[in-house]
Design a protein around this ligand. Structure first.
Ligand code: G6P
Length: 607
């Protein structure tokens, strides 16, 4: 939610700010703004809508020092007056996060004569810093002291036109890193925004504050103690965040799945066995004492968790529960200190997942595993064990390659748990590993169904509702298919375990309600076929994703596409791919903004 870029350099930084915001647009895109220090004071440009509008509006702006922001509204509607930066006197501030005590700060500062012009929580930070500056020796000290009064989550960047040439940044709970170069120093919410100027990144810790000038950076804790943070040379390739020949990031990311899976599974190498150590040095000891698993996640990441539950109980014999993080964190639950807490998150910064993890730990459950795509993220840092999926940067708001790589990682966890619990013989282990290794090739073949799926997509464009059906380990895939369709095409979609059809949703079925069914050739196929007959008998139009050898024939009102091979336990990883393609092509037909669907954001760092 919200992206920040800041720069203090020896050259004009406006193009860097704008280009950085474009890279961060996935974090929020309802309005954007920038503020720079010019001879006349703070020069601020803000616009509702996309960064492209801001680029036009700021075409004539020049400066060597500035801050910029792309917004996902929390407090106050998307409008120019609520867009960041917010200004108080000579100060301008951009902010990502939520200030929980903003109302009391606003009341206090209003009583002292500060005039507020927006509905945001952020504006109270600007006024607080300006007020603190009256008695502080300089901007760095004022921001440091002001931050100590903030309750909530923030990453902020601040400039003061009376102290030109410097930017102060600070973080608590929201991501922020610095980029160092010979011609200037920068800060941003993630590395992709700064690859245009440097690969040398410094990740700030919670409670860090930094001063950037063209010549260098100074970092301290909020109590003023100086700290050194290591410089990481980012391995992220610039191409990884470029669109290349693709029309959308979602399309690019769907087609990157074979490579993303190959990278994620590289850890297994040429070996016939798999060791607990892939989850961290302490894994062997820690997992030996685990008697249950609790998976915490949100959105698409929760669907990978639901799928893994089928694997973990069937193959490893370990009881497994999956909970939506925002539910778990607020309910009274019965803790089990021997339970492994698995936090799944693409970004590693989703506020509810992080809070649920902390809640689980507060309850004395300290066996924790992070399964994330961002190595330096908060969730990774707060878990004992970790597995980093190597999907590469995922920019499209609707998650695709992050999901399939999570599934691959969760299958590895299943195999490790099965070994620890002595449920897995060497022959079976080696057979599963071979299957994993073949996955990229298998997914590639599934992607070849695209032209058939495009034809199907045409028929969905005028529909308002759709039903997704699956059974067993493919029920969570139905959930994911329905989520994808609603996220990017705005068609209302629901998923049901096929056996539940007659307990309610069958009442909705008519010729206007397409029913998408996942029908792999597994032990539930015959049961599923009976459910599909129930739909057919009510005049429903069926779209069936079967396997090459699933005995389901196309007929009047029954459309069938076959995946090239049947993939046993790992079949969910293949079967989700045509559902991603279907929603992508339906969205194209409908003309929606595929990568930036309305009202959504990629990284949900607020509750
Ligand atoms: C948002 C995104 C989803 C994502 C969910 C959880 O809703 O739009 O694509 O699945 O957050 O994000 P996480 O980074 O924790 O996986």
């Amino acid at each position: 939610m919200c992206g920040i870029v800041a720069a203090a350099a020896s050259k004009n930084i406006v193009p860097v700010l704008v280009e950085g915001l474009k890279r961060l647009e996935y974090r929020g895109y309802d309005s954007a703004g920038l503020a720079v220090i010019s001879a006349a004071g703070i020069e601020r440009v803000r616009s509702v809508g996309r960064v492209a509008e801001l680029e036009t509006a700021s075409a004539s702006t020049r400066s060597v020092t500035g801050i910029a922001h792309t917004r996902w509204a929390t407090h106050g509607v998307p409008s120019e007056r609520n867009a960041h930066p917010h200004v108080s006197g000579s100060i301008a501030v951009v902010h990502n996060g939520i200030i929980e005590n903003y109302e009391s700060l606003r009341n206090e500062l209003s009583a002292r004569g500060h005039v507020f012009t927006s509905d945001t929580d952020t504006e109270s930070i600007a006024h607080l810093i300006e007020a603190t500056l009256q008695t502080a020796p300089d901007l760095f000290a004022a921001v440091r002291l002001a931050c100590r009064r903030l309750v909530g989550a923030y990453a902020i960047a601040v400039i003061d036109h009376q102290q030109p040439g410097k930017v102060i940044v600070a973080r608590e709970g929201s991501p922020l890193l610095l980029g160092l170069s010979d011609t200037g120093n920068y800060a941003a919410s993630d590395a992709s925004a700064l690859l245009q100027v440097t690969r040398n990144m410094v990740y700030l810790e919670n409670g860090d504050i930094a001063e950037l000038t063209a010549a260098g950076v100074k970092i301290t804790r909020l109590d003023g103690t100086p700290v050194d943070r290591p410089v990481h040379v980012s391995q992220l390739s610039a191409a990884a965040v470029e669109l290349g020949n693709y029309q959308h990031y979602m399309q690019k990311e769907i087609f990157e799945q074979p490579e993303a899976l190959a990278n994620t599974l590289e850890i297994v190498g040429g070996s016939k066995t798999i060791q607990p150590g892939i989850f961290g040095a302490e894994a062997a000891n820690l997992l030996a004492d685990v008697d249950a698993i609790l998976i915490l996640a949100c959105g698409t990441s929760s669907h990978s968790g639901y799928t893994a539950r089928y694997w973990l109980e069937a193959i490893a014999g370990v009881p497994c529960n999956v909970e939506i993080a925002s539910e778990y964190r607020y309910r009274t639950s019965v803790p089990n200190p021997k339970q492994l807490i698995v936090a799944i998150s693409q970004s590693g910064e989703t506020a509810d997942t992080l809070a649920a993890l902390r809640h689980a730990k507060r309850l004395g459950q300290n066996k924790t595993l992070a399964l994330c795509n961002v190595p330096e993220s908060a969730i990774v840092r707060e878990c004992v064990l970790r597995f980093i999926t190597r999907a590469g940067p995922e920019i499209g708001v609707a998650s695709t390659k992050a999901f399939t790589t999570q599934l691959a990682a969760l299958f590895l966890l299943t195999l490790v748990m099965a070994k620890v619990k002595q449920k897995l013989g060497p022959a079976q282990e080696s057979a599963y590993i071979d299957q994993l290794r073949h996955l990229p090739v298998a997914v590639n073949k599934v992607l070849e169904l695209e032209s058939d799926i495009k034809v199907w997509a045409q028929r969905f464009a005028d529909k308002h509702h759709a039903l997704f059906l699956g059974r067993g380990r493919h029920y969570p895939i139905a959930l994911e298919g329905a989520l994808k369709l609603k996220e990017i095409s705005y068609i209302h979609a629901e998923a049901y375990p096929a056996g539940e059809l007659k307990h309610g949703p069958l009442a909705l079925v008519d010729a206007d309600m397409p029913v998408i069914s996942i029908a792999p050739n597994d032990q539930l196929l015959d049961k599923l076929k009976s459910n599909l007959k129930e739909v057919q008998a009510r005049g429903g139009e069926l779209y069936v994703f079967a396997d090459a050898d699933s005995e389901i024939a196309a007929s009047e009102g029954v459309h069938v596409l076959r995946l090239p091979e049947h993939y046993g336990e790992l079949s969910p990883i293949l079967h989700v791919v045509p559902l991603q393609l279907l929603s992508y092509h339906v969205a194209l037909v409908k003309g929606t903004d595929v990568d930036k669907p309305r009202n959504l954001a990629k990284s949900v760092t607020v509750e």
